[in-house]
Design a protein around this ligand. Structure first.
Ligand code: G6P
Ligand code: MN
Length: 445
């Protein structure tokens, strides 16, 4: 089986290759094709993979190309983790918003909208190439904002494209572990949108044990979410939110935290990434070792704005299963027709009442050779439903804005986002992003 990774020069690609190397099944990926628009970064990552494969006769073959069509033609699976505008773009997503006093973050709030707007035309172009060159391929989208991008790509590829994220599985597992239960023996009643969902039930042996966990502040505090939101807030809302909900529930503190740090996440990653690619250039033989070290530091500093100074995030916690595990499990379930339950971003249909049928939602699914099917989900009611409806309306406006090249629709998207507090701010955001990010400006020309 062949897997094509778009964004193949990206820093997380060795995680995926590591997962492939660990797969001993006879029906597994034995051919990996990396595609990237940046030949230099592609070469560096290829080198890391070669060092990982050294001495392993059964290692999947690796080829790298800067030709998108060549990478896609006849492939079985596509895994997309591209970053249109690069990390420079990410820093602009953050700074333009922060300078206006609103949240500047990779996927949530106006920063995520800016990121989405410039990514949509590229994602739609990729979708039509896949349709032409690999019509039977399954497309696994990790490119953020994953819900919005997956929804747009479904207009071309239908249900063959699904979105993945590591955060809901991580949340479910952390909650199960806090109660001393193995993650795979519990059913996660998680529903919402990507980076905007809630664990509302945790079923073990037919019993919902989430209330037991919510009653125990000491156990809640052993989880990332318990520390992030505080046990009292989790008890108040009666659910455990995805960690990205921090930006909604604690907007003011999040904005102050990011503005108060010396650099944003994007700025930190830009620096750490430049150091890494440069260091590998200087010492090519140490590529893998340098990658391991850089990765550890990146994991430990993840979401630093949400933690008090000196408090480090457990690297194992970020990595726990990780997105490469989700991607591999998904491919295995499809290729081997092994039914597996997973939390995925798929077409809503009638799964979550109150949302449009074509909205992409993040819900429990069962996956087999015919692809993912949403299972019956815990419905959203009250404030989660209201928030999700508003955010989805904004995402749908952004998709139409990109499809039609419409400034008016883009302005509406910014203005109606729950984390943008004025139409005046929305105008300034759109103008600021267009001025600083050429690929975003190009959407309207
Ligand atoms: C998690 C999220 C991803 C997000 C990433 C950011 O894995 O699920 O959607 O892109 O964190 O991590 P970074 O190290 O790039 O800040
Ligand atoms: Mn994610």
């Amino acid at each position: 089986m062949r897997l094509t990774i778009l964004g193949g020069g990206g820093f997380r690609v060795p995680l995926v290759y590591g997962a492939l190397l660990g797969d001993r099944h006879d029906r597994r990926v034995d051919e990996l094709v990396l595609h990237d628009v940046d030949a230099g970064r592609l070469g560096v990552i290829e080198r890391v993979l070669r060092q990982m494969a050294a001495g392993r006769e059964d290692a999947p073959t690796v080829t790298a190309t800067t030709s998108l069509d060549e990478a896609l033609e006849g492939t079985d699976f596509v895994f997309s983790a591209i970053r249109v505008g690069g990390l420079e773009g990410r820093t602009c997503d953050e700074r333009v918003a922060l300078d206006l006093g609103v949240l500047g973050q990779e996927t949530t709030g106006p920063g995520g909208l800016a990121y989405g707007l410039r990514t949509l035309p590229v994602a739609l172009d990729i979708a039509s190439r896949v349709q032409r060159l690999a019509p039977d391929a399954w497309f696994i989208n990790f490119t953020n904002p994953a819900g919005m991008i997956t929804q747009a790509m479904q207009t071309v590829l239908g249900d063959r494209v699904m979105g993945i994220c590591d955060s809901p599985l991580g949340l479910g597992r952390r909650a199960a572990h806090a109660l001393g239960l193995p993650g795979d023996a519990t059913r996660f009643g998680y529903s919402g949108l990507n980076h905007c969902g809630w664990l509302q039930t945790l079923v073990h042996d037919g019993v919902d044990v989430l209330p037991t966990l919510l009653d125990r502040p000491d156990l809640l505090l052993t989880t990332e979410e318990g520390r992030l939101f505080g046990p009292e807030w989790l008890q108040t809302i009666g659910a455990i939110p995805n960690e990205y909900l921090y930006y909604y529930y604690f907007t003011r503190e999040a904005v102050a935290g990011i503005r108060g740090s010396a650099e944003t996440r994007g700025e930190y990653l830009l620096r750490s990434q430049a150091d890494f690619y440069r260091a590998v250039g200087d010492s090519p033989d140490r590529a893998h070792e340098l990658w391991v070290r850089t990765r550890r530091e990146r994991d430990e500093t993840y979401m630093a704005e949400a933690r008090s100074e000196g408090e480090e995030r457990d690297a194992a916690d970020v990595a726990g299963g990780g997105y490469e595990g989700v991607a591999l499990a998904l491919m295995a379930a499809i290729a081997r027709n092994e039914r597996a339950a997973m939390l995925l971003n798929v077409r809503n249909g009638t799964t979550l009442p109150g949302l449009p049928a074509d909205a992409v939602v993040e819900v429990p699914c069962v996956v087999d050779a015919s692809g993912p099917q949403p299972l019956s989900a815990v419905p959203l009611t009250g404030h989660p439903l209201g928030l999700v409806q508003q955010v989805k309306a904004v995402e749908s406006l952004a998709i139409r804005a990109a499809q039609e090249g419409s400034e008016a629709l883009a302005l509406q998207a910014f203005a109606l986002h729950p984390l943008v507090d004025s139409v005046v701010t929305a105008r300034l955001l759109l103008a600021g992003y267009r001025e600083r990010i050429p690929s975003l400006d190009a959407v309207f020309r």
